[in-house]
Design a protein around this ligand. Structure first.
Ligand code: ADP
Length: 437
């Protein structure tokens, strides 16, 4: 299936049957599985999905920074075999040269593009003016706020006059106000047609940001990273976050991302070393999970719209969706069509005493294959103790490298909370308390 839903103009960049597989010893991680995606001239496309679903990898593949394991990248119909000279990427935190002024930081990009020296100054000044940095030309990066530094990043990306501007979480490192004003400025610049950029592709895990800015949301899921939906946003600009139509689209994106709760054996997945998909522990503090369940317990019918909950609890969508995943895994809630509903067990948990909560949580955690595996390893170990390194090595065969530490840390937090597994920080050892001790 080609995921070019609403092409505005001619196809600019096309991904055809792209897969990215990383190998670690004998283990293969499918970071991206068979993605087809076309971005066309005139489109503002957003890639949205949970952390680790392969958004940044797709961006690197699309711009030629990384060759895919399988599949083809086409740019204006031609096979892309190298870094795409017509594309630029703005990263989450833009690395500026601290010893150069704002203006010089932009001129560097022009120099790299072999713009003649005498034209560089006027071009740099013009670009800085367009991103609203007029008056800051001679400042050094350290004198600027995060938002302003990111604007220099935009100016520098724009200096190479990219046809395809790729933005990798460009606003996520900024404070709320700077992010919102920079979003507005970028949209204005894009809509004014005042820049040579034909197409914008933005990676984001912020649902509201996507609905505010993009024409189309390409929705991804992880394990393996893949495209699960294409949604034409279809709202006229300027968009208002409080409008009913806006909220309906946000609700749909939440619905697509949160999916639908599966039968328990599918939700729980397989054990390390077994065939089948291993589910890791979602990276959530138990207090936050309890907060979500308590909130739902106060809602009519113990049910809520995810987007309203995000707003009410002041949670970003990524964090909320991870909490929801944890609630589903533990059997505390079910999800369908963007709504979350407490199960009777979830309701019991929300209303239970501290001690009873621990017991409920422990009984659920014991059913979770990954935790069952950890407990059985510890039961079989000498003195029921295992060094962190041993578990780490075992997990390195199961999880991508950057996830192993998170899995270990969550296993420790949840183990301590439920008193199922203890951890000695001084010796970095997992152990089981003696029975009755
Ligand atoms: P996202 O941008 O959606 O957070 P990424 O594209 O950064 O996702 O990563 C997708 C998956 O690929 C993750 O599981 C990550 O751990 C894995 N990954 C990324 N780069 C490498 C690499 N060089 N080696 C091994 N795994 C990698």
């Amino acid at each position: 299936m080609d995921q070019a839903a609403a092409s505005k103009g001619a196809p600019l960049a096309q991904l055809s049957h792209i897969s990215q597989i990383y190998t670690n010893g004998r283990k293969r991680f499918v970071a991206i599985q068979d993605v087809n995606l076309t971005v066309s001239e005139g489109e503002f496309v957003a890639l949205v999905g949970p952390s680790g679903c392969g958004k940044s990898t797709l961006l690197r593949i699309l711009t030629g920074l990384q060759p895919p394991t399988e599949g083809q990248v086409l740019y204006r119909g031609d096979l892309l075999n190298d870094v795409n000279p017509h594309a630029a990427i703005v990263f989450q935190t833009f690395a500026l040269f601290p010893w150069l002024t704002v203006q010089e930081n932009v001129e560097v990009a022009l120099k790299a593009r072999e713009v003649p020296a005498k034209m560089r100054t006027s071009r740099a000044l013009d670009l800085l003016d367009r991103v609203g940095l007029d008056g800051f030309e001679t400042a050094y990066p350290r004198e600027l706020s995060g938002g302003m530094r990111q604007k220099v990043g935009f100016a520098r990306a724009m200096a190479i006059e990219p046809e395809l501007l790729c933005l990798d979480e460009p606003f996520s490192a900024l404070d709320v106000l700077s992010a919102e004003s920079l979003r507005g400025e970028l949209l204005e610049l894009w809509q004014s047609g005042n820049i040579p950029t034909r197409t914008i592709l933005m990676v984001s895990h912020n649902i509201e940001e996507v609905v505010l800015m993009a024409d189309r949301a390409v929705i991804m899921d992880k394990e393996p990273g893949r495209v699960i939906a294409n949604l034409n946003i279809g709202l006229a600009h300027p968009r208002q976050r409080k409008d009913q139509a806006f909220l309906e689209v946000v609700d749909r994106v939440y619905g697509l991302l949160a999916g639908q709760t599966q039968p328990e054996h599918i939700e729980l997945g397989a054990m390390p070393g077994e065939l089948g998909r291993l589910r890791g522990l979602p990276d959530v503090p138990i207090n936050d999970l309890a907060g979500l369940l308590e909130h739902l317990a106060e809602e009519p019918n113990n049910r809520g719209d995810l987007y309203r909950i995000a707003e009410h609890l002041g949670l970003d969508s990524d964090h909320l969706l991870t909490l929801v995943e944890a609630a589903e895994l533990l059997g505390f809630a079910t999800v369908a069509q963007g709504d979350i509903t407490l199960t009777p067990l979830g309701e019991t948990f929300a209303e239970a005493s501290i001690l009873a909560r621990k017991e409920i949580f422990a009984s659920r955690l014991k059913r979770f294959p990954f935790y069952k595996w950890l407990l059985s390893m510890l039961r079989e170990a000498d003195q029921h103790r295992l060094r962190r390194g041993v578990i780490q090595t075992a997990l390195e065969r199961e999880f991508p490298p950057d996830e192993v530490d998170q899995q270990l840390n969550t296993a420790i937090d949840w183990g301590r909370y439920t008193e199922l597994v203890s951890y000695d920080d001084d010796d970095d050892v997992f152990y089981l308390e003696p029975a009755g001790g």
